[in-house]
Each structure stands twice: as structure tokens, then as C-alpha cells.
Design a protein around this ligand. Structure first.
Ligand code: NAD
Length: 471
């Protein structure tokens, strides 16, 4: 079975499949599907050794039905225009699905970050930001980048600083980028948000006994065995929070090899081992699998691709030995692999839904930046005082003395509590809406990915039709 669709074509095939279940005007559907703008940036940088190198970068804004547009910036050798447009399109559908009021965008630079020094990466990031400013592809109400594969808080801080330097009098300039360090107007919980969202999504999906019965599993995450591919921001946090939910992470695949222990891996110790030695493969309490792709076929309940696109293909889909595929990465399953896995009765929880935690908390960060006040600052002490009055009244009426642990549960909500609560609510609601769409159209006629696309298309179409923005 040939797999000759580009990434953007794959996203559009998923869109077309879902569009059949809607009744929107064909012209509108065609417009939603297309990428509105995309821009290529080519600029020189001086390497540390004095040589000059040309850097290639892109930014695509897929949909302007809501502004600003929003999406991460990726540093990888695989970056090209098609990939960036595909990822921007996924951002549009993701934001719609979880009711985050942004259009979709994505940016990227074609480079392998391990080949550059920190100061080279800083110069590249600042120059890329300068290009974005020049072409009007960045701004708190225009287009707001965030971290993605190969980037993190440091790059976001350089983007912010460059933007502030160019716009010293703009009151809301700090909202030009999200995923910033906490000390630089970031928000508690953003770094962990995508992984935490994946786990909230899995908790919700695994809570339905009927759905779990269909894939031969019991409800709940407790005791479920998990293999995670990619141990970066998303993979590490997913593995960490799955462990906290009493699932057992038995395998982790990285670019240079995979580790496996059927009794479970200690995720924190694996992270420490990589930080100290440079590779997860030096972790002592596991079997090392030289070809990391082989680990994807090991038996487990949940397989979490959290690295890059096109990892589950026709070549390995028939051998996948998991009951649930949790798409933490964007586009990890090719179109043909998807068909094989669905036919085999494997539940695929799609990227458009499952990794939306990042953009959800980015939305909270953007709001916090526009308000210029930390969440919880106004109400926390008031809540705490009210709770204490209630506790004292109950103690007086019943003679019962609350312990320190019980009192701690009644603390006023701080920023992280509010962020995590908003994230959990968002992930639970969006999954319930997906399930409802599946029920209306007759599951399994409409799989989870198609239902997610149907919901996204409907929300975007309503926005266009209500706005009446057609000239
Ligand atoms: P990251 O750069 O922090 O980590 C990626 C990890 O994957 C690295 O450790 C890398 O070595 C590893 N990797 C690369 N190729 C691999 C391979 N073939 N096999 C095994 N491991 C491999 O990136 P991230 O932010 O964790 O992003 C991972 C995925 O999640 C991407 O698809 C990204 O688009 C998606 N995503 C990220 C966010 C976010 O907030 N960072 C949000 C939504 C979706």
C-alpha cells in the first residue's frame, strides 16, 4: 500500500472524510480547509567559527476566522512548507475543538539544534523573530507563537525580548508569545500542560466502561501498561503524570534507542539518567532495544507516540500490539496506518484533541498577559478565609477537629490550581462532545478522529456563518 500523501494532504483527507457528515456549503468547507497565508524566511547568520550560513524558516497562518492565530515554532531538519502548513491546519481544528478562540498557525526553522551552540541558537531565534515582525507574522492580536518540537522556554524568552525591543511602547507586548519562563510573564503549568492534557484526555477516554470493553480493557488508568515514544517535553510529562495516575510506563523510545522493563520504569530516574549521561539507554534497570522503532510493536495497553509525524505506518501498523493509541505528537499515524489500526479495533485518540493541553494553557497565559495580573491574586486569600470560617463552624457544631492535611485541601486556589482545573475541564468537555458526535453518527461508523474533525468543522463554520464575513 503506497503512502504517498504529504502531511498536509493527510490532514485534508481527514478533513474531507469528516466534512461528508456536515451540511455546510461546499465553498465554505473548501475555504476552511485551505491555508490562508504562508511565508518563507531566508536569512544569514554568522556561526561561532566566523563562517556564514543561510537559514531557512517558515510561518503559516492557516485560518483567520479568529484572531490572533496561534501555534508553536519547531526546530527540526524535517521542517518544510508542507509540514508547517499541515501543523498550522491541525492548530486551527485543535483550537476550535477545545473552544480556544484562536485561528491556527505554525512556524519552523530547518535545523538540527544539536549542531548549534546556545549563542548561535539565540542569534537565529532573534533574527527569525525580526523577520516575523517585519512581515507582520507576530503580535498579541495578530499571531502568537509557542514552543514545539526542538524549542522551549529559552527560545520563547528570546522571541519576547526581541519583540519588546522593537515595540517598547506596546502595552500588551508581553502577550506576543506564550510558553515563556515564569519569571518572564509565563504561567504556572504551561511547560507541563501538553503532557498533563494528554493524561486528562486519557483519564476521560478510559473512564467509559462500554468504550473500554470494546477494546478489551477495564476502565481507569490504574495498572495500564504504557509505551511512550519521544522523551522530550510532551513524552516526559505524559510519562510522569501517567505514573502519578498509577499506570505503568514499561517502555520509552528515544532517537538513539529504547528501554523496556515489563515491571515498569522509574520515569524520574530515567530522566535523571539522560540528564547525567546523555542517553536513556544508560538506564540500568531495563533492557535496551537498539532500533527504537522495534519497541513500538511491544505488547502494552496504551502506546503514546510523542515525537514526530509519520511514526505509525503501513510497515508497522499490522504489528502494533496496543489497544489504545494516544496521539500526543502531531500526525504520528499515516492515513493508511490509521485504516489498518481502526480495522484491527484499536482505539486511536487523535492529536487534534489529545495534545490540545498546550494551546489551552497558552490561551490562559495570553489572557494573564493581557490582564497584567496573575490568576488567583484577587480571590485566593478571600477563598481561604471563607473556608476557614466554614471549617471552624463545622468543628464547633460537631466537635470534630480537622487535621492539617484536611485543612490543606481547603486552601484557596492559586494560579497552578486554576490552570490545571481549567485544563482538566477543557479536556473532559471536548472528549464528551466527541463521544456525543460519535453516538449521533453511530460509532464505529464515525471514529474518534473523524468525530473530532466534525466538531471542529462545525464550530469554525458557525463562526464564519454568524460573522457573515463573505464580501
Ligand atoms: P521536544 O523537542 O521537547 O521532544 C521531542 C523528543 O522526541 C526529543 O527528546 C527527541 O530526541 C525525540 N525524538 C525525535 N525523533 C524521535 C524518534 N524517531 N523516535 C523516538 N524519539 C524521537 O518536542 P515536544 O515539544 O515534546 O514535541 C513532541 C510532539 O508533540 C511534536 O509532534 C509536537 O508537535 C507535539 N506537541 C508539542 C506541544 C508542546 O507544547 N511542546 C504541544 C502540542 C503538540
Amino acid at each position: 500500500m503506497a503512502e504517498n500523501f504529504s502531511f498536509f494532504q493527510k490532514v485534508n483527507k481527514d478533513f474531507d472524510k469528516a466534512a461528508q457528515f456536515t451540511e455546510h456549503p461546499p465553498g465554505l468547507l473548501e475555504h476552511i480547509k485551505n491555508c490562508n497565508n504562508s511565508c518563507r524566511f531566508t536569512f544569514p547568520i554568522k556561526r561561532d567559527d566566523g563562517t556564514i550560513q543561510t537559514i531557512h524558516g517558515w510561518r503559516a497562518e492557516h485560518s483567520h476566522h479568529k484572531l490572533p492565530t496561534k501555534g508553536g515554532i519547531r526546530y527540526s531538519m524535517l521542517v518544510n512548507e508542507d509540514e508547517i502548513m499541515a501543523l498550522a491546519a491541525l492548530m486551527t481544528y485543535k483550537c476550535a475543538l477545545v473552544d480556544v478562540p484562536f485561528g491556527g498557525a505554525k512556524g519552523g526553522i530547518q535545523l538540527d539544534r544539536s549542531e548549534y551552540s546556545e549563542s548561535e541558537l539565540e542569534r537565529i531565534t532573534r533574527r527569525y523573530t525580526y523577520e516575523l515582525i517585519q512581515k507582520n507574522y507576530i503580535g498579541p492580536g495578530i499571531d502568537v507563537p509557542a514552543p514545539d518540537f526542538g524549542t522551549g522556554e529559552a527560545e520563547m524568552a528570546w522571541i519576547l525580548d526581541t519583540y519588546l525591543t522593537m515595540h517598547p511602547d506596546k502595552l500588551n507586548a508581553i502577550a506576543c508569545v506564550t510558553g515563556k519562563p515564569i519569571e518572564q510573564n509565563g504561567i504556572q503549568g504551561r511547560k507541563e500542560a501538553t503532557g498533563r492534557g494528554v493524561v486528562f484526555g486519557l483519564q476521560e477516554a478510559c473512564s467509559y466502561a462500554d468504550d473500554m470493553k470494546q477494546v478489551g480493557l477495564s476502565p481507569g488508568l490504574q495498572g495500564k501498561t504504557v509505551i511512550v515514544q519521544g522523551f522530550g517535553n510532551v513524552g516526559y510529562h505524559t510519562a510522569k503524570f501517567l505514573t502519578e495516575s498509577e499506570a505503568s510506563v514499561i517502555g520509552i523510545a528515544e532517537i538513539d534507542g529504547a528501554i523496556y522493563n515489563p515491571k515498569g520504569l522509574d520515569v524520574e530516574k530515567v530522566a535523571m539518567c539522560r540528564a547525567e549521561t546523555g542517553s536513556i539507554c544508560h538506564y540500568p534497570d531495563a533492557v535496551v532495544i537498539e532500533n527504537p522503532l522495534d519497541s513500538l510493536a511491544l505488547a502494552c495497553d496504551i502506546l503514546v507516540p510523542a515525537a514526530l509525524e509519520n511514526q505509525l505506518t503501513v510497515a508497522n501498523a499490522p504489528r502494533i500490539n496496543a489497544r489504545i493509541i494516544a496521539e500526543a505528537a502531531n500526525g504520528p499515524t499515516t492515513t493508511n496506518a490509521d485504516a489498518i489500526l481502526q480495522k484491527r479495533g484499536i482505539l486511536i485518540i487523535p492529536d487534534t484533541y489529545l495534545n490540545a493541553g498546550g494551546v489551552t494553557v497558552s490561551y490562559f497565559e495570553w489572557l494573564r498577559n493581557l490582564w497584567h495580573v496573575r490568576f488567583g491574586r484577587l480571590g485566593r486569600r478571600f477563598e481561604e478565609n471563607t473556608h476557614n470560617v466554614m471549617l471552624r463552624a463545622v468543628e464547633k457544631a460537631t466537635g470534630y477537629q480537622f487535621s492539617d492535611d484536611e485543612r490543606e485541601l481547603m486552601h484557596g486556589a492559586d494560579e497552578e490550581d486554576l490552570v490545571n482545573s481549567g485544563l482538566q475541564d477543557t479536556m473532559a468537555n471536548a472528549y464528551q462532545e466527541i463521544r456525543e458526535t460519535q453516538r449521533c453518527h453511530g460509532n464505529p461508523a464515525v471514529d474518534c478522529r473523524t468525530a473530532a474533525f466534525i466538531n471542529a468543522i462545525n464550530k469554525i463554520a458557525v463562526c464564519y456563518l454568524q460573522l457573515g464575513i463573505f464580501p
